[in-house]
Each structure stands twice: as C-alpha cells, then as structure tokens.
Design a protein around this ligand. Structure first.
Ligand code: SAM
Length: 293
C-alpha cells in the first residue's frame, strides 16, 4: 500500500473551487470498471445526505472504502469530518484524488490498496466511523471483517444493494438469515433511505439502500461467535423445516438441544429471534458439540 501525495495546503490566499467531479473523471479518464463495482455518485446533494447521515463529526477517524472520484469524500470533509482515511484499489482514482488530498493535507489520507487487506487496527486507538458506497462484489465480506473488529468502531454508514440491506436488517421472514443474526447480535441497524439506479454513473441494475449500523456496548446476548455461526448455518440451511429436523446434522439429539435452549422443536429458523439463536448457540456449546465437530 502506498500513500497518495498530499502536499501543499491552502495558504490563506483565495482558494479556487474544486473542479466538478465530471471534470475529474474526464481528466483522469476514469472509465468505470465493472470488475471493481464502479458506479459513481456525482450528485453533491446526495453525497451530502449520506455524509450527514454518518454524523461525521463524532468519530475521530472516518474510514471511507472506495472513494472513487471523491464525491462522498468531499461531502464528508465539507460536513466536518476531522480526518478521513480513504482506501481505494483503483490507482486511477487514487491519482484523481490527489487534488482533494492537497486541499485537505491534515484531514485526508488516500491509501492505494485493497480494503479487504486493510487492517483497521492500523488507524490507531481512536474509534472509527466507516462510511462507504460499497463495491457490491465485496460489500458483505467487508462488513463481516469489520464486525471482527467491532470494539474499534463507532458506527458504519454503508450503501448496499437493496436486497443485501434487507438481509442485514431483517428480523424474520425470507430475508432473515445468518447475516441478519450476526450483524444484529453486535449492532443496532437502521435502514435509512433507498438510492435509485439513476443516481449513479453508470447506473447499476439494482436499487441501493443506505444502512446505519451502530455497535452495541455489549452483544445482544452471550454466545460464542463460532457456535452462533454453526447454529445459524444449520438452521437456515433448511429454513423451511422445523428445527428438530433442520438441526439433525448439527447435533445427535436436536430435540434435547432445543429443549435446553427453551425453543419449541416445531419452531422454524425464520421465526427465531437473535436472542433465541444465542440461547441455541450456548446450549450447543454446553453440550460439547463444538469440540466434537
Ligand atoms: N465512493 C465513490 C462514489 O460514491 O462515487 C465510488 C463508489 S463505487 C460503487 C466503489 C469504489 O470502490 C470504486 O471506486 C472501486 O474502485 C472501489 N473498490 C472496489 N473494490 C475495492 C476494494 N477491494 N478495496 C478498495 N476499493 C475498492
């Protein structure tokens, strides 16, 4: 990973306005790459709406993933973020952000690299706000990785494909699954607003949704993360079946497991609360199944 050049600051003389994003895109020939999930937001009003929703003055550091030509980055800085660290995989975008980095030498660092390989622990001890219009192909993986560092996070304000946002925030029904349980176990979740395809250049095939996740001070209920994963995987793996059947591959006596978790054996995965999944995970760990597998 390499830092982008951030040099001279505004020196008191009159500051020229930043060029429009369309000019930045043209000058740096940022022809969108599908492989990098590049759909750029050029509307300053919409970028400002996302930036304000992230409450950018609260965390000491904001990590922005995939700044692209910098629409959201500009909005975060304009909304008062003390420090933005922007991690971008596309070298062309890193170069295009040079002018913005030069304008905000003390508040913006642009890092060229893969966000999947970026360890947020390198940002120091301050609590971090993550803000991103995420590339669709890595959004969920990034979220799961950040959850592993939940104690470092102040909040996450993230744009996902609408269907993924529905899976994250569902509390039952067909969108409810392992991802919902994992996220809601650790965070409170709020769907903020949808963004239609025409807001992006180029327009994606799907609608997007901005979601705000705030880490709970303690997880919703006690559970071992691996045990929680195991029980949700088994339960949602056969989501239409009653749990006494769906959990057959997980435990030799699913009925006893469910009984010790206080869950009716006829219940189905889609009707269990996150707290009940935690009870199931605890019961499974207590039965020693975790070690036997
Ligand atoms: N934030 C910009 C905006 O709203 O206009 C761009 C958003 S675009 C949906 C996703 C951005 O993430 C692109 O700039 C892309 O190059 C970048 N990107 C894709 N995969 C990445 C990865 N693994 N690590 C860092 N950046 C990535």
């Amino acid at each position: 990973m390499s830092g982008a050049g951030a040099s001279n600051a505004a020196s008191g003389a009159q500051i020229a306005p930043l060029p429009p994003l369309s000019a930045v895109i043209a000058r740096h020939d940022l022809k969108p790459k599908r492989s990098l999930g590049q759909h750029f937001l050029l509307d300053p009003g919409l970028c400002g709406k996302i930036a304000h929703a992230s409450r950018p003055r609260t965390p000491a550091v904001i990590l922005e993933v995939g700044p692209g030509p910098g629409g959201l980055t500009r909005a975060l800085l304009a909304a008062g973020a003390a420090r933005v660290v922007a991690v971008e995989k596309d070298r062309r975008c890193v170069a295009a952000l040079g002018e913005l980095a030069a304008r905000y030498p003390d508040r913006l660092d642009v890092i060229e690299g893969d966000a999947l390989a970026f360890d947020i622990a390198t940002l120091g001890h301050a609590r971090i706000g993550i803000v991103a219009n995420l590339p669709y192909n890595v959004g969920t993986r990034l979220l799961l990785r950040w959850l592993e560092r939940i104690e470092r996070l102040d909040s996450m304000t993230l744009m996902f494909q609408k269907e993924v946002a529905a899976r994250i925030t569902a509390t039952g029904g067909r969108d409810y699954g392992g991802l919902s349980v994992r996220v809601q176990w650790l965070c409170t979740c709020e769907r903020l607003f949808d963004v239609g395809p025409r807001a992006f250049v180029p327009p994606p095939a799907v609608t997007s949704t901005v979601v705000r996740l705030v880490p709970r001070s303690v997880p919703l209920a006690p559970a071992e993360p691996d045990a929680l994963d195991a029980v949700t995987r088994a339960a949602f793996g056969q989501r239409r079946k009653m749990l006494r059947r769906a959990l057959r591959g997980l435990a030799p006596d699913p009925q006893a497991l469910l009984q010790s978790a206080g869950i009716p054996p006829e219940a189905r995965a889609e009707t269990l609360s996150v707290a009940e999944f935690c009870a199931l995970a605890r019961a499974w760990s207590a039965m020693g199944q975790a070690e036997e597998r």
